[in-house]
Write a protein that binds this ligand. Structure first.
Ligand code: PEP
Ligand code: MN
Length: 285
């Protein structure tokens, strides 16, 4: 019988088989078009919370690309707490993402919320995102596991590390090992930040799995001014990448403007991050 303590460390649970370092010793490199995550390069994903218009997307995309972002983010289907909030542009948003990719060559990641839309979203995106609220949507995880695109899996806001790994295991168990894990903050008793960004999840996950681990300091804090500090900290603890919300006019954003960096703030942060990366023996190219 398997011993639950038959782990690299005694974490008190059995590491799911396919995501474990026991199953695969070398680290998985996730390929998003030509971009490789999980190697020595630290991958920066940046862009607006939601695709709002072609002007907003294109201006933001060009700026983050020239600042060194390797992948563009932008939600077309948005999981909003209120049904009256902007829900995203839907397929029109996907088309805009595909258009900017065609023009600039930057790969794009966008969220899928519904099993019935996995095929549609995967046909436009270079990587599909499963959001925090859907981390335990098992039919969606299985569908993502059957699709041929890499999957950015965000930690559920109430999920333990074990539950997070089991969610990733669902995707791998369907034959797709191209999974990036994303720490995006969890709910605690703390109210001064939107979530509590659990940076200890980074070394823990990297200790337990072969999958790349990235951090979302935007949803992790909910505060624009805090994003640079937590981005630097995330790189310092060994994250393989960051996903950062950036908007050409944060004050006018239809979604999460208060936690979005301006184009100038993003550019300054990239300069600072390169130094931290280098100090840890890694690169932001
Ligand atoms: C997002 O990245 O757009 C998002 C909705 O994040 P999360 O699922 O982590 O809340
Ligand atoms: Mn957001």
């Amino acid at each position: 019988m398997d011993n639950m303590y038959d782990n690299p460390v005694n974490v008190g649970f059995k590491i799911p088989e396919k995501v474990s370092l026991k199953a695969k010793q070398e680290r998985t490199i996730v390929k998003i078009a030509e971009v490789e995550a999980g190697g020595s390069d630290i991958i920066i994903i940046a862009g607006p919370c939601a695709v709002e218009s072609s002007e907003q997307l294109f201006e933001t995309a060009r700026a983050v690309k020239s600042g060194g972002a390797k992948i563009l983010r932008g939600g077309a289907f948005k999981p909003r707490t209120s049904p009256y909030s902007f829900q995203g542009l839907g397929e029109e948003g996907l088309k805009l993402l595909a258009q900017i990719r065609k023009e600039t060559g930057i790969p794009v990641v966008t969220e899928v919320m519904d099993t019935r839309q996995v095929e549609l979203v995967a046909s436009y995106a270079d990587m599909i995102q499963i959001g925090s609220r859907n981390m335990q949507n098992y039919p969606l995880l299985k569908e993502a596991g059957r699709c041929k695109k890499p999957v950015l899996l965000k930690r559920g806001m109430m999920a333990t590390i074990e539950e997070f790994l089991l969610a990733a295991e669902y995707v791998l168990s369907q034959g797709n090992d191209q999974v990036i894990l994303c720490e995006r903050g969890i709910r605690t008793f703390e109210t001064s930040t939107r979530n509590t960004l659990d940076l200890s999840a980074v070394p823990m996950l990297k200790h337990l799995t072969h999958l790349p681990v990235i951090v979302d300091p935007s949803h992790g804090t909910g505060l624009r001014w805090m994003v640079p500090a937590m981005s630097k900290a995330a790189v310092a603890v060994g994250a393989d990448g960051l996903i950062i919300e950036v908007h050409n006019h944060p004050e006018k954003a239809l979604c999460d403007g208060h936690q979005s960096l301006s184009l100038d703030e993003f550019s300054q942060l990239m300069t600072d991050l390169k130094k931290i990366a280098q100090a840890t023996g890694r690169y932001i190219s």
